[in-house]
Design a protein around this ligand. Structure first.
Ligand SMILES: Cc1cc2nc3c(=O)[nH]c(=O)nc-3n(C[C@H](O)[C@H](O)[C@H](O)COP(=O)(O)O)c2cc1C
Length: 345
């Protein structure tokens, strides 16, 4: 039988088969229920992820208001596989929340954020990428979350280090594996880089020999099916994760899946299809957030869809002011770029 995945075979995170080995990244403010639904409809992502959820916030809301974080909306009922990402720095609280996610939400994977470079998370909460300065605390967090989550795999997502002159990832990778994590996702930048420069895939690849049992998922700057294929061909990774590019092209996973199988890459949707997609996306956002909040949120998704197209600037100007579904549909009809183009208008 010919190998269905000649370029990159599926891989396991614990007992979970990730097929194809291309993951949708967690993105705060974006990868909510509605967006995940869109990704699932196009297909091709082996594992989807929520936005990051704050563990202390979870406990506080539960105790004070008997509710759960907004970001968990839809999680209990939507299709699997699905990873929920949590962040904080207290091992015991992280473990409590991990257990709740496993017991009550039956999530496929609990992912821990050790990569967020935003000040509110690092300087104010000593969490996210700040923990790259305290690898032994990272280890304790992972150990306790793993112990609390039973057979459900716990994964870690991080960066190369805090700064370019302090790349700690090779030591950190061993700590992550030693503490019982089931996979390591590595964004090939430091926290100080934020999103500047390019992701260093050579360094990502160099981490692989330091992991004896668990898979390595590379992340950073993959924005086409061709780049996904190249990442597997050139670098030593088991899987890859896509973030920003899928906001612009949620169909990218399906294209990558075809390319990895050696099949022709399906073309981008037509502009007409994209118009329909945006209307459908608004309907999903409305279902989740209501019309008013949904309209505000949809402004940024619409800008992502228009990115890189002639006329995008004009479209952005008009979409930035919409407040209702009807206004949104009218702007899409009248201003969504009518010609596909490489450069932004
Ligand atoms: C708007 C935005 C929100 C993000 N939120 C998260 C998050 O909640 N958790 C996380 O681990 N990474 C988050 N990231 C980082 C991405 O998951 C990813 O590591 C990074 O964007 C690099 O991948 P890319 O080059 O494919 O975008 C976020 C990135 C963006 C652009």
């Amino acid at each position: 039988m010919p190998d269905a995945n000649p370029i990159a075979p599926p891989f396991y995170i614990g007992d979970l088969l990730v097929d194809p080995p291309v993951l949708q990244a967690p993105m705060a403010g974006f990868t909510n229920y509605a967006f995940r639904q869109i990704v699932r409809e196009f297909g091709g992502a082996g594992l989807l992820a929520t936005e990051m959820v704050n563990a202390k916030g979870f406990v506080w809301l539960d105790e004070q208001e008997a509710t759960h974080p907004d970001r968990l909306w839809g999680v209990a009922d939507e299709p699997r596989p699905l990873a929920v990402q949590i962040w904080d720095n207290d091992p015991e609280i992280m473990a409590r929340v991990g257990k709740r996610l496993v017991d009550e939400y039956k999530v496929s994977v609990v992912d821990i954020n050790f990569g967020c470079p935003v000040r509110q998370v690092t300087e104010k909460a000593h969490s996210g990428s700040y923990l790259l300065r305290e690898p032994e605390r990272m280890g304790r967090i992972i150990e306790q979350v793993v112990a609390a989550c039973g057979p459900t795999p716990v994964t870690a997502k991080t960066r190369l280090g805090c700064t370019r002159d302090k790349i700690v990832i090779k030591d950190v990778a061993q700590i992550v594996e030693g503490a019982g994590a089931a996979a390591l996702t590595l964004h090939g930048r430091t926290a100080a880089d934020m999103f500047r420069g390019s992701a260093d895939w050579d360094l990502i690849s160099e981490v692989k020999p330091f992991l004896k049992k668990i898979p390595l998922i590379g992340n950073g700057d993959l924005d086409s099916a061709e780049k996904v294929v190249q990442a597997f061909q050139r670098y030593d990774v088991d899987g890859v994760m896509i973030a920003r590019a899928c906001l612009n092209k949620p169909w990218l996973f399906a294209q990558a899946q075809a390319a990895l199988r050696g099949e022709p890459i399906p073309p981008d949707p037509t502009l007409e299809d994209e118009r329909r997609l945006m209307v459908h996306h608004f309907e999903l956002v409305k279902e989740r957030f209501g019309e008013e909040k949904g309209a505000v949120l949809m402004r940024k998704y619409a800008c992502c869809y228009a990115q890189g197209r002639r006329g995008a600037r004009e479209f952005r100007k008009h979409v930035a002011t919409i407040e209702t579904a009807d206004q949104f549909y009218a702007v899409v009809r009248d201003y969504f770029p009518s010609e596909q183009h490489a450069a932004a208008g």
